[in-house]
Design a protein around this ligand. Structure first.
Ligand code: MRU
Length: 357
C-alpha cells in the first residue's frame, strides 16, 4: 500500500493525471464550481486544452504537452527513428498552443531530445514509446521535488504573522504539486507558521479568485480574496509585508513575464517599501531571451474582457486590448526564488551562474 500523503498540499486537486494510455486533465475553466476531468487521447486534444485554458500555469502546460507527445506516438508502427520524427512533428504543433510560458518549449525540447536519443540506441518503436512515457512522467515527478525546494527557500523570507499578497495562480493547480509562489504557504501550514495570504482575483479570467482562493482555502491556509484594484489600499493599511508571484518566463536580465497585472503589483510594492519576490523553477528561466521586451506576450480574445459574471459587461463593438501577461522590469524584483536558492541582483550574472553550476 502506498504511503498516505498527509502534507498540507495533499488537498490540491491534481491538474494533470496520466491514466492507462489517456491524459486526464482537470478542466480549470469550471473551478471552483465543478470538478470535471477531461479524458484526452490525441495531441490535438491537448493543444486545444492548453489554448482554451482547461489546463494552465507554466509548469502544468509543459507537463501536459509532454504527455501530448506521448499520445501522438502511442502504438506507432515504424522504426524508432520514424517515431522520433513523429514526436518532433507533434511537439512542433503543441508548441504553437500558447507563446509566453517557456516551460512549454522546455518540456517539448526535452521530449524531442529524448526521442532522438532513443532512436540512436536502436530500440524498437514500442520500447521508444514506452521510454517517452517514462520521460513525461519524470518531468512531472521532478516538478514536485523542485516546487518543494522552491517553497523551502521562499519560506526563509517569511516570518510568523506576515501578510503576503499574490497575483494569479502559481499553485498546485499550475504545477504537479505545491506550486511555485504558493509552495511556501503550504510548507508554512505544515510547520505551524501563520501567514495571512491576500489573493488578487486577477481579471480577466479570475485565476486568483477561482483557483488560488480555492486551493488555499481547501488546504486550510488563511486566505483573503481581494479585487485587483484593492491591492494598493490593502498595502496602505500595512497588512502586506511581502508579495510573491510565479512567472511564465524570466529573461536573462531578470525581467519577469507573468499574468497581466503583475507589473502593477510590483510598482505598488515598491511604492509601499514591500519586497516583491518571484518564484520559479530553472525551467522558467530563459537565458536565450536577453530582455523582457523580447518575450512574446499572448493576446487573448476580447470576450474575456467584455464579459463577466456569465453575461456581457461592455457595449457591443467596443475596442478591446487583452494581453494575457505583462513584464515586470528587474529593477522592481527583490529576489527570484528557484529550487537552487534565492537569486538577487545583479540578475544577468547571478542567473547565468545558476546554469554554470
Ligand atoms: O494564463 P495562465 O493562467 O496560464 O497564467 C498563469 C500565470 O501567470 C502563472 O503565474 C505562471 O504560469 C506561473 S505558474 C507556477
Amino acid at each position: 500500500m502506498s504511503k498516505q500523503d498527509t502534507s498540507a498540499a495533499s488537498t490540491i486537486l491534481q491538474p494533470v493525471v496520466w491514466a492507462d494510455g489517456t491524459l486526464e486533465l482537470l478542466d480549470q475553466r469550471l473551478l471552483p464550481g465543478q470538478i470535471v476531468y477531461l479524458k484526452l487521447t490525441t495531441p490535438q486534444d491537448v493543444w486545444e486544452a492548453i489554448r482554451e485554458l482547461k489546463v494552465r500555469g507554466a509548469p502544468a502546460i509543459g507537463i501536459s504537452a509532454a504527455f501530448g507527445v506521448v499520445l501522438g506516438v502511442q502504438g506507432f508502427k515504424g522504426t524508432a527513428r520514424e517515431l522520433a520524427e513523429e514526436a518532433r512533428r507533434h511537439a512542433e504543433h503543441l508548441a504553437t498552443s500558447r507563446p509566453t510560458a517557456v516551460n512549454l518549449f522546455w518540456a517539448l525540447d526535452r521530449m524531442k531530445a529524448r526521442a532522438f536519443a532513443l532512436a540512436e540506441e536502436g530500440l524498437s518503436a514500442e520500447s521508444a514509446a514506452a521510454a517517452l512515457l517514462e520521460e513525461a512522467k519524470r518531468i512531472q515527478a521532478e516538478d514536485v521535488e523542485t516546487n518543494r525546494r522552491i517553497g523551502e527557500h521562499a519560506l526563509t523570507l517569511f516570518a510568523d504573522g506576515m501578510g503576503v499578497l499574490t497575483h494569479c495562480n502559481a499553485g498546485g493547480l499550475a504545477t504537479s504539486k505545491y506550486g511555485t509562489a504558493l509552495a511556501p504557504f503550504y510548507l508554512a501550514l505544515e510547520q505551524g507558521i501563520a501567514l495571512k495570504v491576500f489573493a488578487d482575483e486577477t481579471r480577466p479570467v479570475l485565476q486568483g479568485a477561482r483557483l488560488t482562493a480555492f486551493e488555499l482555502q481547501q488546504a486550510g491556509v488563511d486566505v483573503t480574496l481581494i479585487t485587483d484594484n484593492m491591492a494598493a489600499h490593502v498595502m496602505s493599511k500595512g497588512w502586506v509585508q511581502a508579495v510573491i508571484v510565479g512567472t511564465d518566463r524570466v529573461a536573462a536580465n531578470g525581467d519577469v513575464a507573468n499574468k497581466i497585472g503583475t507589473y502593477g503589483v510590483a510598482v505598488l510594492a515598491k511604492a509601499h517599501g514591500i519586497p516583491f519576490y518571484v518564484a520559479c523553477p530553472l525551467s522558467t528561466i530563459d537565458l536565450s531571451t536577453a530582455i523582457g521586451a523580447e518575450i512574446p506576450i499572448e493576446e487573448r480574445h476580447a470576450d474575456e474582457v467584455t464579459s463577466a459574471f456569465g453575461r456581457r459587461t461592455a457595449p457591443e463593438g467596443v475596442k478591446v486590448y487583452n494581453p494575457a501577461f505583462d513584464v515586470t522590469p528587474h529593477e522592481l524584483v527583490t529576489a527570484i526564488i528557484t529550487e537552487q536558492g534565492i537569486v538577487r541582483a545583479p540578475y544577468e550574472a547571478n542567473l547565468k551562474a545558476l546554469f554554470d553550476k
